[in-house]
Write a protein that binds this ligand. Structure first.
Ligand code: MD6
Ligand code: FE
Length: 214
């Protein structure tokens, strides 16, 4: 059977809201260089479970790269130039990640996006991320680029009030989600990851969110 022209060009971008675009499979052609670049980052700054300000252990394990990294402890949420585990600066943002984020943002209509922070989240089957807003960054005019790797997730995409109803969006391996503008402060979260084994990443989901934090 001959593929349709549409299939030959791959899945098309999907606009989920006025300033939110899902780019299915956008990271597919750089997955191997991306994983190669993440390995030394995660050796220098391993995944860890941070404490919430309320004293609970976060279910998601996390790390960072870039000049700023997102941290949580008894004092609250904030960006820090150093890794609290090592006392050292976070590993540099790999070029392949900077380039991918810039191209994804541009494709979604946000030109000249230069992130300085990449939060790396690690989910095991059963791990969820409760509904939250991303509001620790300085400039909400800057978008966020989110790259999903490994096991699929159901992303909850809500409104500007916590109680507003949420859309459910499938985020699969190599999908890139870009959001900004008036969607920047929407509540969002991740449903518990379903058990499974991803052919490349095994029993895990990794999400990279690139931001201009400072
Ligand atoms: C995740 N992502 O997909 C968690 N935040 O694992 C986020 O919390 C997120 O994907 C802001 C923008 C995009 C995101
Ligand atoms: Fe978030």
């Amino acid at each position: 059977m001959i593929q349709s022209d549409l299939d030959l060009f791959g899945p098309q971008p999907q606009r989920l809201a006025s300033h939110t675009v899902l780019l299915p499979g956008f990271a597919l052609d750089v997955i191997e260089p991306l994983l190669d670049a993440l390995r030394p980052v995660l050796r220098a700054a391993p995944f860890r479970h941070m404490q919430t300000p309320g004293g609970l252990n976060m279910a998601v394990a996390l790390s960072n790269c870039g000049t700023l990294g997102w941290v949580s402890d008894a004092r609250g949420y904030r960006y820090s130039p150093t890794d609290p585990l090592s006392g050292q600066p976070w590993p540099a943002l790999p070029e392949v990640l900077l380039d991918l984020a810039g191209r994804a943002a541009g494709t979604a209509g946000f030109d000249a996006f230069v992130p300085d922070a990449c939060l790396i989240n690690h989910y095991l089957p059963g791990t969820r991320l409760s509904l939250h807003q991303d509001r620790d960054e300085k400039d909400f005019a800057q978008p966020i680029v989110s790259i999903s790797l490994g096991l699929p997730a159901v992303f909850l995409f809500g409104g500007l009030q916590r109680a507003e109803r949420t859309q459910r969006i499938a985020l699969n391996h190599a999908d890139v989600l870009v959001w900004g503008g008036e969607d920047r402060l929407r509540f969002h979260g991740v449903l518990p990851i379903k058990p499974g084994v991803h052919p490349r990443l095994g029993e895990r989901r990794i999400n990279l969110t690139l931001r201009k934090a400072g």
